[in-house]
Design a protein around this ligand. Structure first.
Ligand code: SAH
Ligand code: SF4
Length: 440
């Protein structure tokens, strides 16, 4: 199914078959020098300190910080040469010790549904070797959602998640988390004064990246400080300007840090629930042994700002014969009573070696109907970007590429699943409704 072809990386057209683009053909930014400090990901105080270190006088620091902030986050600058409202002398001084460039872009893949996946390579930073991270862009008519990673690998090992089979290599820094958003905007020409390709699938109006979900690789609340700093920078109104309501953190349930992130950032929250009793959740989402359902749900009830207008999303992966019975649906509705909630049913995305199967489509519909009748607009999340392995739980770094035989088997399985889904959906117009809901 995946035929790798090459085409210039500057072409944004959405292909009719999945495409893998050879990089660095299109990489116009300077190579990241790991010995230089990157100003990307610093907050204003840190930037001010960095300015002082290259000789900027105290009374000029605020003005210089505002200028650099604007260049990095509003205009997407990746080189000091672009910062034309600063003297050549100051730019040269900064260039000696600092950088503002993006990481290396190893590959770009574009799905037939417009989903894009970028593979980025970051310096080792204690991991022994460079690390690779995948970032996924999911566009529809109204919004463009970027799925961002927070760690390379994961310390947790939820049984249905591919990332969970890879040990934690290291946490990503705030710089590396922000870099994923800046590269996406760069590759989509989603910075001011850029000319986008009219054939790309992007929202019909407004910016191309409108929402961010921390749902890529890793557990964001196990990398608290960097994730918090990155989220505050993303939502800064004088910079990347993605409002806090449109930045969603997804967690498997680190209860103390749910409370902290609510108070200190105030982002939208998604909980990977997946089970309605502790026995099953202990098995599927082992962090449940430390923070069981009662405590988790209590932290949701008291999450700052939660209301019917700002509901918490509960993600529920549909696993055949495991958590997909009508009784599970009943329990789910019962346990969420009193919490302003959205429920996202996610068809399980298979991966080589998994013990799970995706629920049958009829069962997913029966489950969804029950939940809908209980008053939840619970769209079944259409898996996006399956042809480029960009769907939930399929992210895993390049270092662990699949063997061809596994990949072929998986592709056949995915095709069968997709045919089943399409034949079930044919004619009932659900697709449009699904796109109405927030991704998170
Ligand atoms: N660690 C965080 C965020 C990353 S996982 C968390 O667990 O919430 C993002 C979402 O993808 C989670 O809801 C996770 O449960 C779901 N997911 C993981 N593997 C999946 C798979 N194979 N199929 C469908 N969803 C999956
Ligand atoms: Fe880690 Fe989330 Fe995957 Fe669980 S579902 S293993 S917490 S990435």
């Amino acid at each position: 199914m995946t035929h790798a072809t090459t085409q210039p990386a500057t072409t944004l057209s959405t292909p009719t078959a999945p495409v893998e683009i050879a990089i660095p053909q299109g990489q116009k930014w300077p190579t990241l020098d790991p010995d230089k400090l990157n100003l990307v990901g610093m907050d204003r105080d840190e930037l001010g300190e960095a300015m002082r270190r290259v000789g900027v006088a105290d009374k000029q620091v605020r003005m210089r910080v505002a200028q650099i902030w604007n260049w990095i986050y509003v205009r997407g600058a990746y080189s000091f040469d672009q910062m034309t409202n600063m003297s050549k002398d100051l730019r040269a001084k900064m260039n000696l010790v600092y950088t503002v460039t993006h990481p290396e872009l190893v590959a770009e893949q574009i799905s037939v549904d417009g989903t894009r996946k970028w593979l980025l390579r970051f310096p080792p930073r204690g991991a022994g070797r460079p690390v690779e991270v995948e970032t996924v862009y999911i566009p529809d008519n109204k919004r463009g959602t970027l799925c961002v990673s927070s760690q390379v690998g994961c310390t947790l090992n939820c049984t249905f998640c591919h990332t969970g089979t890879q040990k934690l290599v290291r946490n990503l820094t705030a710089e590396e988390i922000i870099a994923q958003l800046r590269v996406a905007r760069e590759m989509l020409n989603d910075f001011p004064e850029r000319e986008p390709d009219s054939n790309a699938i992007v929202p019909k109006t407004g910016r191309f990246v409108t929402n961010v979900v921390m749902m890529g690789m890793g557990e964001p609340l196990f990398n608290y400080d960097h994730v918090k700093q990155a989220m505050l920078i993303m939502s800064d109104g004088e910079g990347l300007s993605i409002s806090k309501r449109r930045v969603t953190l997804s967690t498997s349930g680190h209860v103390p840090n749910i409370e902290r992130i609510g108070a200190e950032v105030g982002c939208a929250l998604a909980i990977s629930l997946h089970a309605t009793n502790d026995t099953l959740r202990d098995e599927l989402v082992p962090i449940n042994k430390k923070w069981p359902l009662k405590e988790l749900l209590e932290s949701c009830r008291t999450y700052p700002g939660v209301s019917n207008a700002r509901r918490i999303t509960f993600e529920y992966v549909m696993l055949k014969g495991v958590n997909d019975s009508l009784e599970d649906a009943r329990q789910l509705v019962k346990m969420l009573r009193g919490i302003p909630a959205k429920i996202n049913l996610i068809p399980f995305n298979p991966w080589p070696g998994t013990q799970h199967e995706c629920s049958d489509w009829d069962q997913i519909e029966t489950f969804a109907d029950f939940i809908n009748r209980a008053g939840y607009a619970s769209p079944v999340r259409t898996p996006r970007g399956r042809d480029i392995f960009a769907a939930c739980g399929q992210l895993k770094s390049e270092t662990e590429r699949m063997r061809k035989v596994d990949r072929d088997r998986l592709e056949a399985e995915l095709e069968a699943l997709e045919r089943m889904r399409l034949s079930n959906l044919a004619g009932d117009g659900m697709d449009d409704d699904m796109e109405e809901e927030d991704v998170a």
